[in-house]
Design a protein around this ligand. Structure first.
Ligand SMILES: Nc1ncnc2c1ncn2[C@@H]1O[C@H](COP(=O)(O)OP(=O)(O)OP(=O)(O)O)[C@@H](O)[C@H]1O
Length: 222
């Protein structure tokens, strides 16, 4: 009988430095934490404290100088390109701080792309149905045919969330999901994330916004 992992993703004693002129600058120093199923964890710290760096390390986009990343209790092998590609396509849903949508294309085609990559066997009709289902789940169905570049900040963030959730990820990695949003729009996005966590998804949210903290189970401070 399979048991669910204690943690969907964990960093163990992760350190990372970057070149800074002629010296190196330590950004993460022996950082350890994990995200369990159903848990919403805030990664809290001021600008430049290493939040995005930690998110990138968690999903294998960036290699730590030392320490390990565990995925469902197994050490992540950073040399396996196919494993990393699968993780980023299906295991993690990534809500980036900047960009993420093709502004010239419709919301529907922006969402069809990740659905096609994650579920290549779906027929065109089923893919479109999945896109509509995703938009409905984030209360953004009326925006289906809008050009992505015309969305308001709140609509854009909800569409980005739908995009991140396209392949039913086990873990959502959200980088400053409330930046550029007013309080009601932030609450909507955070409530949607919580709803998915209640269904078992883990979420790691990089933030320096106290409002976000109210929606998290706990915070890891950088
Ligand atoms: N590829 C890189 N090369 C050199 N320095 C980098 C690189 N990536 C990040 N840094 C530096 O590492 C530090 C942490 O950056 P990071 O983006 O992780 O912080 P952050 O907490 O997410 O900041 P913000 O809230 O402003 O997005 C910054 O000083 C940044 O300039």
């Amino acid at each position: 009988m399979s048991t669910s992992p204690a943690e969907l993703v964990a960093l163990r004693n992760v350190s990372k430095s970057f070149p800074d002129g002629e010296r190196t600058r330590s950004v993460l120093d022996s950082l350890s934490f994990g995200v369990a199923p159903g848990e919403v964890v805030a990664l809290l710290g001021p600008s430049g404290s290493g939040k995005t760096t930690a998110l990138n390390i968690a999903c294998g986009l960036l290699q730590p100088d030392s320490g390990d990343v565990l995925i469902s209790d197994e050490t992540l092998d950073l040399s396996s390109r196919s494993r990393l590609a699968f993780l980023r396509r299906c295991y993690f849903g990534i809500l980036p701080q900047h960009g993420g949508l093709i502004d010239e294309e419709s919301v529907a085609s922006n969402l069809a792309l990740p659905v096609r990559l994650g579920q290549p066997r779906l027929s065109r009709g089923d893919r479109h149905a999945r896109v509509l289902e995703l938009l409905k789940s984030v209360d953004a169905l009326p925006a289906t045919q809008f050009t992505a570049g015309t969305l308001s900040g709140g609509e854009r963030q909800r569409v980005l969330l739908a995009r991140a959730l396209a392949n039913e990820p086990k873990v959502l990695l959200a980088d400053e999901p409330s930046s550029h949003l007013d309080a009601p729009a932030s609450r909507t996005v955070l409530t949607l994330i919580r709803r998915r966590a209640e269904a078992g998804m883990g979420a790691l949210i990089a933030t320096h916004d106290p409002l976000v903290l109210e929606h998290c189970d706990r915070a890891v401070e950088l």
